[in-house]
Ligand binder design. Sequence first.
Ligand SMILES: NC(=O)c1ccc[n+]([C@@H]2O[C@H](COP(=O)([O-])OP(=O)(O)OC[C@H]3O[C@@H](n4cnc5c(N)ncnc54)[C@H](O)[C@@H]3O)[C@@H](O)[C@H]2O)c1
Ligand SMILES: O=C(O)C(=O)C[C@@H](O)[C@H](O)[C@H](O)COP(=O)(O)O
Ligand SMILES: [Zn+2]
Length: 366
Amino acid sequence: MTAHDGEDGGRAALTIPVGSLHDVVVGRGVLDRVAGMLPPGVARVMVVHPQGLETYARTVADLLAATGLTVHLAAVEEAEAAKDVHVAARLWAVLGELAFTRTDAVVAVGGGTVTDLAGFVAATWLRGVSVVHVPTTLLAMVDAAVGGKTGINTAEGKNLVGAFHTPAGVVCDLDVLRTLPHADVVAGLAEVLKCGFIADPRILELVEADPGAATRWDAPVLAELVERAVRVKAEVVAADLRESFLREILNYGHTLGHAVEQLEGYRRRHGEAVAIGMVFAAELGHATGTVDDALLARHRSVLAAVGLPTTYAPGRFDDLLAVMARDKKSRGATLRFVVLDGLANPVRLEGPDDRVLRGAYAALTG
Ligand SMILES: NC(=O)c1ccc[n+]([C@@H]2O[C@H](COP(=O)([O-])OP(=O)(O)OC[C@H]3O[C@@H](n4cnc5c(N)ncnc54)[C@H](O)[C@@H]3O)[C@@H](O)[C@H]2O)c1
Ligand SMILES: O=C(O)C(=O)C[C@@H](O)[C@H](O)[C@H](O)COP(=O)(O)O
Ligand SMILES: [Zn+2]
């Protein structure tokens, strides 16, 4: 169920519950909602932010301090470099020096890398303190900040260490997207379109109708896309928080996508890699008869329409395969993929033939 909060100082904000787990507030000019998301009794807060987003972090910190909280700012590395055990250890050291207790909390202000890192630090400090996410990228608003998956990378792969740690709340202020580079808006749309393919085809129609508007931070359609994507994720997470089965559908495009990211040393954006992975998954479905020509073509056309990549370099399949073996959906030596059996009907493809995998890769490399 979705609640409209009504007019709040002239601004309409929306609250989307993730079952009974946590709420996601979506609106413009809503950073003052962060304090209200913290559990009662919290006295001190560590605001974790990437170095380049100190202005937003200070705004949030000032709003928190104005409610009587003691606030400490902690800057971390940009992008994927933040999801590292040494960065987590640095934050644990800060929390230790400040003697943070279970009545203190973490607030993450940043993209998905920061919400993943800060969420993980909150999950592990004293075996779990409260965290509120303030996502500042489109991708983090519609996906990373929602639903409690946290984690860091290891040398062997992406997100291999982590925890499920439900945030106390999530505040998505669409106004902060004003400063987000265009390429990062586009990357975020990959996860939005993922929600379109697995559950809500209206998302695909909205993007197809005006791909340019979908990439503009202040376009009304972007607000609708955020709301729809958050609702898809909220429904799935509420039904299967710990990914016993259903939640795997949110991993559409990620089996190959994560392997692409790792192989490229995390120089490619997560959303871009997921776009490539969704084309690969669509090719797998096409080869095994669950995706027809039109649905396959629709993957390429809608992803390309917003500027996402739909092809990959030849000659890297064996390397990708080795990384995919460590995907969390694998069971023993059996690779498992989320594929579509028609639009908005995700299913699992278990242990596809080597010939099918290589054929899908060949189609991806053009
Ligand atoms: N936990 C989950 O469920 C989940 C879901 C999806 C993705 N993820 C993870 O999220 C990460 C990707 O997140 P991302 O795409 O947000 O990338 P990111 O966190 O690397 O942010 C991209 C860049 O934009 C900058 N930035 C952020 N907000 C800005 C703003 N408003 N204005 C200007 N610059 C801004 C950041 O500092 C960073 O340099 C990946 O590590 C991925 O694995 C996690
Ligand atoms: O929330 C989920 O569940 C997802 O799979 C969302 C993905 O978009 C996200 O990238 C997630 O971090 C991938 O998780 P992993 O379990 O494959 O590491
Ligand atoms: Zn993702």
